[in-house]
Design a protein around this ligand. Structure first.
Ligand code: HEM
Length: 177
């Protein structure tokens, strides 16, 4: 996982709980990297899981809730860093559909070692209902929901998100406007 994901996570923790909490969760997570992340480095995604689970222990908040909150936060960072990917979509569903067909394709060109999920997108029932089937060996479904929530807020959308587990560890997100 790219270092930027870690530096943004620790920034969110610092903003919400202060630097002491950042030090505490780094210490308690027993990280191979020691918690010294650079934005361009690449680190094992299990370090992110360890940090979130330590934060959960320290704060009492659920791991899923923390990952969702972080997804929203991360969306705002990514949208700020890469405005060209967010501009030019007519609406939230067109944007979300482009994550697989365009945005992550471009991300892969910039960072060949990026660990990206795959999405199968379709609109089987109506143009106002996007189905996204998420698949990733990292199982960041909650982070994914947070990124979708962040996208909807960015587009000032009141669309709803429905989640369903599928076979083979995949997850279906239905976004309805
Ligand atoms: C401006 C928009 C976006 C940019 C530039 C972007 C870029 C990235 C980058 C750099 C990573 C980290 C890869 C790594 O650590 O190796 C990532 C991961 C991820 N992205 Fe995006 N992304 C964007 C929007 C979205 C949206 C809207 C979603 C949800 C529909 C999404 C879903 C994910 C997920 C779930 C991961 C975690 C990796 C995994 O699950 O395997 N991204 N993305």
């Amino acid at each position: 996982m790219k270092g930027v994901v870690f530096t943004e996570f620790l920034k969110m923790v610092e903003e919400a709980h202060g630097l002491d909490m950042v030090d505490t969760i780094i210490e308690k997570s027993d990280l191979p990297s020691g918690g010294a992340y650079t934005a361009v480095g690449t680190y094992d995604h299990t370090e992110a899981v360890a940090l979130v689970s330590s934060l959960s222990t320290e704060t009492g908040a659920s791991v899923g809730g923390l990952l969702k909150a972080f997804g929203e936060y991360l969306f705002n960072t990514l949208a700020g860093a890469y405005p060209q990917f967010v501009e030019g979509s007519a609406n939230e569903l067109d944007f979300l559909e482009k994550v697989e067909s365009y945005i992550h394709v471009e991300v892969r060109k910039l960072y060949p070692d990026a660990e990206l999920p795959s999405f199968e997108c379709s609109r089987p029932n109506s143009p106002d209902e996007l189905h996204m089937v998420y698949q990733s060996s990292r199982h960041f479904e909650d982070l994914c929901e947070g990124l979708i929530i962040g996208s909807l807020k960015h587009f000032k959308s009141s669309a709803t998100i429905q989640r369903t587990k599928l076979e083979n560890g995949r997850e279906l997100f239905i976004i309805k406007r």
